[in-house]
Design a protein around this ligand. Structure first.
Ligand code: SF4
Ligand code: SF4
Length: 387
């Protein structure tokens, strides 16, 4: 994490330069992770070389639906976000916090050291940069900061990619979080495929990014290449699969706490928690203690949890949010309304994962639209979502 302002250096690299980028990062001790095809989806995992990237693949996404399909070119980043987000590395699903050992000398508590691993993330999208900034506020600001998250985040090197393909459930343009990476990256790529050439416009956003760029085979970008990169992002912004009016959504939801739509969505919601697992900003956890059979070692671990489980709001005597209605309402109003009161921004970056990976296709943009339109019909508001 480097807070230097984005620079206006624009260079061009080829596939050879991309390979060199991964090699240099590895030689500097980074664990290089990025998108790759596995189990019929594009997931984030270790990259051995650019050959591990999903060349020639794209995705079709809709409510409860995800399919990989072939492109008619060899684009490496020609798809939208998949089921993984970078939180799986920065805020892993299971984190041991401490363990104890009992031996002849007595009983010892051993704190889990902060991770020494240094990640280089390849192919981070603009919505994901915004999601990281949101999780930074959760884990690093305020009275308590998380040492495990801090270590991983501060040591990470981020290579962003400006999106050349909007997924069927993307709505970052509505949330002002994309598709152009504006800040929060060390390097940003825009993939250019034209005239039989495969190139990447590369911008350095930090001193670390500029230093790494200097080690790569590159040349200065031409005005035409800079314009072509701008056109890629503009085309993507114009082809979002979903839209959601977001400027007044906080007030809309808070004045509709008893709206009948919550009952309607509760009839479909399975309360499975998929939406919270795939969401790049959801951060809730629970703590589990365990011990070995001999009783000489115990440990405490933190696990991802979800506001959709009954246990999550359990207090003596029962769950505070016992119904599907109350749990869905809690999740959506937190994301889009009370998150702003808590952290100063929306909790949603418009990535669309919760729509794609909901087994019954519940769509957060559709739920907002339904509440807004019912108000319109009652003459309480004059504006509606774009089509
Ligand atoms: S909205 Fe969909 S993904 Fe989320 S808990 Fe309900 S059924 Fe599961
Ligand atoms: S609420 Fe849904 S669309 Fe918004 S950031 Fe989370 S997963 Fe993405």
């Amino acid at each position: 994490m480097d807070s230097a302002p984005p620079a206006v250096i624009s260079a061009v690299i080829t596939m050879e330069g991309l390979g060199a980028l991964l090699d240099v990062l590895r030689s500097r001790g980074y664990r290089v992770v990025g998108p790759t095809v596995r189990d019929g989806a594009i997931v984030y995992d270790d990259l051995a070389s650019p050959a591990s990237l999903p060349a020639g693949w794209t995705d079709e996404q809709d409510g409860g639906r995800y399919r990989l399909v072939r492109r008619n070119d060899d684009a490496l980043f020609g798809y939208a976000v998949g089921p993984h987000s970078w939180k799986k590395f920065l805020h892993p699903p299971m984190q041991r916090l401490w363990r104890t050992e009992q031996n002849a000398g007595g009983f010892h508590v051993i704190e889990e050291p902060a991770a020494a691993e240094r990640f280089a993330f390849i192919g981070v999208r603009s919505c994901e940069l915004h999601a990281m900034a949101i999780q930074d506020r959760v884990f690093l600001s305020g009275a308590y900061s998380d040492p495990h998250y801090r270590a991983r985040r501060e040591n990470a090197f981020i290579v962003a990619v400006n999106c050349g393909h909007a997924g069927g459930t993307c709505f970052c343009a509505s949330m002002n979080t994309g598709p152009q990476a504006a800040a929060g990256f060390d390097l940003a790529l825009t993939e250019l495929l034209a005239d039989g050439e495969h190139r990447f416009l590369l911008e350095a956003g930090t001193g670390a990014g500029r230093a790494l760029l200097a080690e790569l085979p590159h040349r200065a970008a031409t005005p035409d290449e800079i314009e072509a990169a701008g056109a890629v992002v503009a085309r993507t912004a114009a082809s979002m699969g979903r839209h959601m009016r977001s400027d007044d959504v906080r007030e809309l939801l808070l004045r509709n706490f008893e709206h009948p739509r919550w009952d309607e969505v509760a009839e479909r919601c399975l309360t499975c928690g998929n939406c919270t697992m795939v969401c790049p900003t959801c951060f809730c956890t629970s703590v589990v203690d365990s011990s070995d059979l001999a009783g000489t070692e115990t440990s405490r671990s933190r696990h991802w949890d979800s506001c959709f489980t009954m246990d999550f709001s359990y207090v003596h005597g029962g769950s505070v949010r016992a119904s599907a209605r109350s749990r869905y309402r809690q999740w959506m109003t937190h994301k889009l309304a009370t998150w702003t009161d808590q952290f100063g921004t929306s909790g949603c970056v418009g990535c669309g994962r919760c729509i794609t990976w909901c087994p019954v296709g519940i769509d957060i943009t559709e739920e907002v639209r339904a509440i807004r339109e019912s108000e319109s019909q009652h003459g309480e508001t004059q504006q509606s979502d774009p089509p």
